[in-house]
Design a protein around this ligand. Structure first.
Ligand code: BES
Ligand code: MN
Ligand code: ZN
Length: 487
């Protein structure tokens, strides 16, 4: 879908359908005369996500006006606007509407709203149906235009940012939704390569031989149960003139293209969802596309360790001891705790070989974070509260919900091991998200680091008014904001 920004009087904007927001208790002047009855009957109440589609004759250049309820005027915020316009565009799908005008005015004016609207409008119509045979005659919305009173430089920049993030989010979703029989680790590398070549990022893939040479035993142990060769994907953005600081941000994304659990095999019920175990990696690929386009002043490298976790004849066993790239030996007590194993080799590579000074990783790491936080917020863990504060600010502006989880040395106690330097799970079952984070922390050292456990938030099992079922593209926007806000 083509997305534009235009200025002018909404009533004069030519399109098939014009979207206007209405607040609770509000009554728009341009609708009041012709549609007073609808207000009086309560059909237009302004309640959040209430949609009323009107066919108008006169008063508007558009033939249809969609009145979108936005709730109480004083509660309107960018996150809400992102949802409302996403839902509005979804509402207009399959109704023969080819062009849409979306009006931002009143309480929903300003750059943050334009950015959020652009993201919502692009995310709304996306469907996880790339592999469905198209229905003949199906008509998609071809173009959407955000209509504001006046275009300033600030609004234009916010619009571009929202558009770039929205497009990158949909790229992430396209990659994430691809089934595991075609989205193998090698295919993941090809998706990343295509982005890197199109955007002028430097690109490198470490194959199994190279990783063996380097000694990435933790990642390779996970990969050995599968016929699919593993990869470590590296995508690098360098700011013009080297940037304004010597900092180097590393974004690491878990990309297990399918997680059966390995020999510690998962129950078959719901196992199909483990095709989404590469959502962290897909978000890093999308973030690198957006970063290449928005050009922050800090160097950013995306690192994506990608494997398939299978119980093949050569699969690793519970009690195997592997040697990580960092040199620590790890007893693998549960082969289903594989994400942390591939991540620690990526973390060491990012620090030692790529020179990253700050690290953020995103991983669908534990079922336990879903127990703790449900499907609403991702859990975040850190070894550096100052870096976390910057991260949280970026996530807030990105409208991606994050919740700070505890991570102190007491959690590491449970990983002490008799046979190796560390074991990959703790003895007990409680607090599993914290145990996983504590395992990663043992490999991070002093490098400022934030770990995002997005097992409950990377995809949705049921469609919402503003989003189709499937991957949602988090925490891409947080990654991008963190890089753009760098000082
Ligand atoms: N990929 C899973 C975590 C997961 C669970 C993601 C549910 C999304 C939804 C991860 O590799 C895993 O299997 N974790 C285990 C760890 C356990 C063996 C310590 C888990 O959470 O059960
Ligand atoms: Mn697992
Ligand atoms: Zn996993």
């Amino acid at each position: 879908m083509d997305l534009k920004l235009a200025s002018g009087r909404p009533a004069e904007f030519e399109c098939d359908a014009l979207v206007l927001i209405e607040t609770e208790g509000g009554r728009r002047a341009e609708l009041s005369a012709a549609f007073g009855d609808l207000y009086e009957s309560g059909e237009i109440s302004g309640k959040t996500l209430e949609f009323t589609l009107l066919y108008v004759s006169g008063g508007f250049a558009a033939r249809r006006v969609l009145v979108a309820g936005a709730g109480k005027a004083e509660k309107i915020d960018p996150a809400g606007i992102q949802k409302i316009f996403g839902a509005a565009v979804r509402h207009l799908k399959d109704k023969g509407v080819k062009s849409v005008g979306i009006v931002l005015d009143g309480a929903a004016s300003g750059p943050a709203f334009v950015e959020a609207a652009a993201r919502g409008i692009l995310a709304g119509p996306w469907e996880p149906d790339a592999l469905k045979t198209p229905k003949p005659g199906a008509k998609a919305i071809g173009s959407a235009t955000i209509v504001v009173e006046q275009i300033t430089d600030e609004l234009q920049a916010a619009f571009e940012k929202g558009r770039v993030i929205g497009e990158a989010v949909n790229l992430t979703r396209d990659i994430a939704v691809e089934p595991p029989n075609t989205l193998t680790p090698l295919a993941m590398a090809e998706r990343a390569r295509a982005v890197a070549e199109a955007e002028g990022l430097s690109f490198e893939v470490l194959d199994r031989d190279r990783m063996a040479q380097l000694g990435m035993g933790a990642l390779l142990g996970v990969a050995q149960g599968s016929l699919q060769p593993p990869v470590m994907i590296v995508m690098k953005y360098t700011p013009a003139g080297g940037g304004t600081s010597s900092d180097h941000l590393g974004l690491i994304g878990k990309a297990v293209t399918f997680d059966t659990g390995g020999i510690s095999i998962k129950p078959s019920d719901g196992m199909e969802k483990m095709k989404y175990d590469m959502c962290g990696g897909a978000a890093v690929i999308g973030a690198m596309q957006a970063i290449a386009r928005l050009k922050p002043s800090v160097a950013v490298t995306g690192v994506i360790p990608s494997v398939e976790n299978m119980p093949g004849a050569n699969a690793q066993r519970p009690s195997d001891i592997v040697k990580s790239y960092a040199g620590k030996t790890i007893e693998v007590l549960n082969t289903d705790a594989e994400g942390r194993l591939i991540l620690v080799d990526a973390i060491e590579y990012a620090k030692r070989d790529l020179g990253c000074t700050h690290l953020v990783n995103a991983a669908t790491l534990t079922g336990a974070i879903v127990v703790a936080l449900g499907f609403i917020s991702s859990g975040v863990f850190t070894n550096n509260d100052e870096f976390l504060a910057r991260f949280m600010e970026a996530s807030k502006a990105a409208t991606e919900k994050m919740w700070h989880m505890p991570l102190d040395d007491d959690y590491s106690e449970q990983l002490k091991c008799v046979y190796a330097d560390i074991q990959n799970i703790s003895g007990g079952r409680w607090g599993g998200a914290c145990t996983a984070a504590a395992f990663l922390k043992e490999f991070v050292g002093d490098t400022p680091w934030v770990h995002i456990d997005c097992a409950g938030t990377a995809w949705i099992d049921d469609a919402k008014p503003h989003l189709a079922k499937g991957p949602v593209g988090i925490p891409l926007a947080t990654f991008v904001n963190l890089a753009l806000n760098w000082k």
